[in-house]
Design a binder for this molecule. Structure first.
Ligand code: DSN
Length: 442
């Protein structure tokens, strides 16, 4: 038996000791975050940051207490390689029920034939689909990264760009919307085996049908990456790609407001290929606590009230776009149909870069990320734009009035960016606004 340490850790030294040892999760256990002041302080500080500043990163949201409770539950301690009723490890009676619940709920939510709820992230989901449907070196078509596509849609520094031959379509020069005609002509010339729709920084509705038609024309698979807009689809604000696509991937934590993670929906005919590509192809054991929390998030999205939430997101984004335009910012494509806006800073101030804007806005309590705009003359590290999303502030209960305030804070911070004390004073005003819409109760 192991000896007790001076802190009482690992106290397996005698049967007697073992019997008297309190459960490790009890409140008097040393195994609490409170016994690690550095970690406790970090959690407190991060909570404070989230509660006193505006969270406008388009891929973030506030998950419900139920989602967070499930994520922090005892399911975190389980391993369960395999799928429900086909596991490689024992003790999975409850994990099986949890995973099956998540599968059934997400299939119902999107009307899908098959679901895999195990991907740890959207990137892992995409990697698994590529592995399931492609051979290394195959040609794939996705949206150009500098027009809004995602890293996993063929960036040369991502595995997708290293293992597959990605060609890309982009936006029209005029209205900065997806150029469906160009997409078709590139597809006819390049004959990709898979066409990927979906984006990470595109503020407009994506129509799945033109992609389906082109895929049918050339015999390609059609994958729709709905990472950003999954919640808007679930809430009926955007067209559901499931009936047209062979595969739909998404993340569960953005507009869908579940836990951090990924998910793949597919036709029944691709189910086996997709499942094998997730496990054992790309991942080992699923994160069972996250799978459990996905089941919670999917149930929340099935609630009839979720449609109203999705509508409020779209309305808020549109109100923020109008308010920013009134402050002198140019919106890429002239506005938004979804939860995000891409702001071209050059009309506001030609010298202002996305990097500088992101940094000073952070000091002023407005948190967002710099982003390239289509055909950006500056590098992706510097950029001429910022991306803003309204899912988090909508979850907090803000509406069009507050969108006007957010636009005004943004403009004032940027105009006074060389005056530290003015920026700090605005941060106090931002905190006052946030205090009226606390994302967490105690
Ligand atoms: N990082 C996410 C985003 O911000 O869009 C996508 O992976």
């Amino acid at each position: 038996a192991r000896k007790s340490t001076s802190q009482g850790m690992l106290c397996f030294s005698s049967r007697d000791n073992h019997e008297r040892r309190p459960p490790m999760t009890s409140s008097n256990s040393i195994w609490t975050v409170g016994a690690d002041p550095q970690i406790e302080q970090l959690i407190r500080q991060e909570k404070e940051r989230q509660m006193t500043s505006l969270q406008l990163i388009a891929s973030e949201n506030f998950a419900s207490p139920a989602v967070m409770e499930a994520t922090g539950s005892v399911f975190t301690n389980k391993y369960s390689e395999g799928y429900p009723r086909r596991r490689y490890y024992g003790g999975n009676a409850h994990v099986d029920v949890a995973e099956q619940l998540a599968i059934d709920r997400v299939k119902q939510l999107f009307g899908a034939e098959h679901a895999n709820v195990q991907p740890h992230s959207g990137s892992q989901a995409n990697a698994a689909v590529y592995m399931a449907l492609l051979d290394v070196g195959d040609t794939v078509m996705g949206m150009s990264l500098d027009h809004g596509g995602h890293l996993t849609h063929g960036s040369p520094v991502n595995a997708s760009g290293r293992f597959y031959n990605f060609v890309s379509y982009g936006l029209t020069e005029g209205d900065e919307r997806i150029d469906y005609e160009e997409m078709r002509s590139i597809a006819l010339a390049e004959r990709p085996k898979l066409i990927v729709a979906g984006a990470t920084a595109y503020p407009r509705r994506i129509d799945p049908e033109p992609f389906r038609k082109v895929c049918d024309e050339i015999g390609a698979y059609f994958m729709f990456d709905a990472a950003h807009i999954a919640g808007l689809i679930a809430g009926g604000q955007h067209p559901n790609p499931v009936p047209s696509a062979d595969v739909v991937t998404f993340t569960t934590h953005k507009t869908l407001r579940g836990p951090r993670g990924g998910c793949i929906l597919s036709t029944e005919s691709l189910a086996k290929k997709i499942d094998s590509a997730v496990f054992p192809g790309n991942q080992g054991g699923p994160l069972d606590h996250v799978v459990l929390a996905k089941a919670v998030g999917f149930r929340e999205a099935l609630d009839p009230g979720f449609a109203d939430y999705a509508k409020r997101i779209v309305d808020n984004a549109s109100a923020l776009a109008d308010a920013l335009a009134n402050q002198g910012f140019r919106l890429v494509s002239g506005g938004t149909d979804n939860h995000l806006l891409l702001v071209d800073l050059r009309s506001f101030d030609d010298d202002l870069t996305g990097k500088e804007a992101q940094e000073v806005l952070d000091l002023g309590g407005v948190t967002l990320n710099r982003n390239t705009i289509p055909d950006d003359p500056r590098s992706p590290f510097v950029t001429s734009g910022v991306r803003m999303g309204v899912a988090s502030v909508t979850t907090q209960g803000m509406s069009s009035k507050e969108m006007g305030q957010i636009a005004e804070f943004t403009a004032r911070i940027l105009r006074q960016r060389d005056d530290d004390s003015a920026v700090k004073a605005i941060a106090t005003e931002v905190a006052d606004l946030c205090a009226k819409f606390p994302p967490y109760s105690d």
